[in-house]
Design a protein around this ligand. Structure first.
Ligand code: NDP
Length: 499
């Protein structure tokens, strides 16, 4: 396999860098703010983005509104075929798209090749097929023939975070388009590259221009999309504060909203767990994509009897992780997304040390020859207290906190003592306990003896302050459709009025 490089990634976006894709046309709007695009691996500027202002947002929404009637009336199997073709195209262009994802995010290429492109393609596949099997409900009420129809909402807006740009866009676009909606998508201003390629692939595979547009820009562009009167629904992947603001803005026009927000997920390791497997789970739950994953199990509760053994093995195996050039296929830990974010993560590490937690691994930035990006060593804090900022706040970096516990009730109570409710996990060999604890944990997703697996067939989303609504699985279809009840009187009408 050819090894992607920064040069090959740059070549892949040579003609699309920084553009918006509106109704299939590349544009560099002049009505929004201009900002630089940096490759997180070396911190160097690789181009600039012309952000979309109100007029450009209006044009994209107008194109989506114009494309809606024809796309909504397209037979579901034909809509599905467009998505299936696009899924194949993503797989054919996997090397190139994975390289672009690394250029956008600074994550290791091995992860982009293993997860990011496939996850986007799988999602297009899943909804492309699912839409052809969708059935409606019929109720036999005698002479009243009744059934329900699932109808698209209209123009939907997707707004994404920067950690999985391609995956997040596909997780929103696939169910929206499969069900006959059109969509305007705004990626994070930090990761503007891969979603434009996704738009072009969809249109190349038969999607009507206008049915999926990408507008570039920051929070102001997102706000203009959310306020637009012709938009019927907004789906956000982002922080809690942005979710709250979007919900407030969307209320003015009663838009539907689904929110995939932040988390501070618990991972509980019981005495009877397979320790080696639990260590793998904890690493997977904390260090993938440099820890920049919403569902990460950063609060690792370990039962006293095995805590020392578990911690020692975790420290030893973490020392084996290679922090390095994101384009190097042997790298396990890549670059933080930005200077600002690295500063925030280091601030939490300092706060953890100041609060008295014992830093048993990492805790430092790593300078790499020839790479000016910000690299943070996977960090493990032992002997943490539940009230420490490293334990209460979402850090969104490679920072794991170990909390020791005595029994199941205590573990569940402490695990649930958070405003967040995105995900949770546990390791045990006791199947009764597995189901009991999974039921008791306040989270939208719960993993047993594994962590951070997100097959597209299974609904994904949070509860409490981690948001509401579900992506993936057939559940996502509810969030992109309106239910219409049709009642047909097949006999005489019972008329209460004099004739
Ligand atoms: P932000 O909330 O800062 O941004 C998310 C998106 O919203 C960006 O595109 C941003 O634009 C946009 N935005 C910001 N303000 C507004 C606004 N007022 N109106 C409309 N759009 C707006 O999150 P980050 O990008 O920093 O991502 C990290 C966060 O995302 C973490 O909290 C993480 O947990 C969460 N997340 C949740 C996931 C989930 O599935 N639950 C998955 C991945 C991340 P811009 O950035 O360009 O300014």
């Amino acid at each position: 396999m050819r090894q992607p490089t920064k040069a090959s990634a740059l070549a892949a976006v040579r003609e699309t860098i920084g553009v918006s894709s509106i109704a299939g046309t590349r544009t560099r709007p002049s009505d929004g703010a201009e900002f630089e695009i940096r490759y997180p691996g070396d911190g160097c500027v690789i181009g600039s983005v012309a952000g979309a202002g109100d007029a450009t947002v209006d044009a994209a929404v107008g194109a989506a509104l114009g494309a809606f009637p024809r796309w909504a009336a397209t037979p579901p199997s034909d809509r599905g075929r467009v998505l299936l073709r696009a899924a194949n195209r993503l797989r054919e262009r996997k090397l190139e798209l994975a390289a672009v994802e690394v250029l956008d995010t600074g994550k290791p290429i091995r992860e982009a090749l293993e997860v990011d492109v496939d996850s986007a393609a799988d999602c297009l596949d899943f909804f492309g097929r699912a839409i052809t099997g969708l059935e409606s409900a019929h109720r036999d009420l005698g002479s009243l023939h009744t059934y329900t129809r699932r109808e698209p909402l209209g123009v939907c807006v997707g707004i994404g975070a920067w950690n999985y740009p391609l995956q997040i866009a596909a997780w929103k676009a696939a169910p929206a388009l499969a069900t006959g909606n059109t969509m305007v998508y705004k990626p994070s201003e930090l990761t503007p590259l891969s979603t434009v390629l996704l738009a072009e692939i969809l249109i190349d595979c038969g999607l009507p221009p206008g049915a999926f547009s990408v507008v570039q820009g920051g929070g102001e562009t997102g706000r203009a999309l959310v306020r637009h009167p012709d938009v019927r629904k907004v789906s956000l992947t982002g922080s809690v504060s942005t979710g709250i603001e979007i919900m407030r803005e969307a209320a003015a026009t009663l838009k539907r909203v689904t929110l995939e927000l932040g988390g501070k997920s618990p991972l509980i390791i019981f005495n009877d767990a397979d320790v080696e497997r639990a260590v793998s789970g904890a690493m997977l739950a904390n260090f993938y994509t440099q820890g920049e994953i919403c569902s990460n199990g950063t609060r690792v509760f370990v039962q006293h009897e095995i805590a020392d053994r578990f911690t020692q093995r975790l420290v030893d195996r973490t020392a084996m992780l290679r922090i390095g050039d994101p384009f190097d296929g042997t790298t396990h830990v890549g670059a933080m997304i930005s200077d600002n974010h690295a500063r925030k993560v280091m601030g939490y590490i300092d706060a953890g040390i100041a609060a008295g937690a014992e830093c048993v691994a990492g805790g430092v930035e790593v300078a790499l020859d020839g790479l000016g990006g910000r690299f943070i060593a996977p960090t493990i804090f032992d002997r943490c207290d539940d009230g420490m900022p490293i334990v209460t706040d979402e850090i969104f970096g490679p920072v794991l906190s170990i909390l020791r516990f005595d029994d199941e009730v205590e573990a569940v109570t402490r695990a649930n003592a958070t405003p967040y409710g995105l995900a949770a996990g546990l390791f045990t060999r006791d199947s009764g306990r597995a189901h009991r604890v999974a039921a008791a944990l306040e989270a939208g997703v719960c993993w047993v003896n594994t962590f951070n697996q997100t097959p597209v067939e299974v609904p994904f989303g949070g509860t409490k302050m981690s948001g509401f609504g579900r992506e993936n699985g057939l559940a996502a279809i509810d969030h992109y459709t309106e239910l219409k009840s049709v009642m047909v009187e097949t006999s005489t009408l019972k008329d209460p009025y004099p004739t």
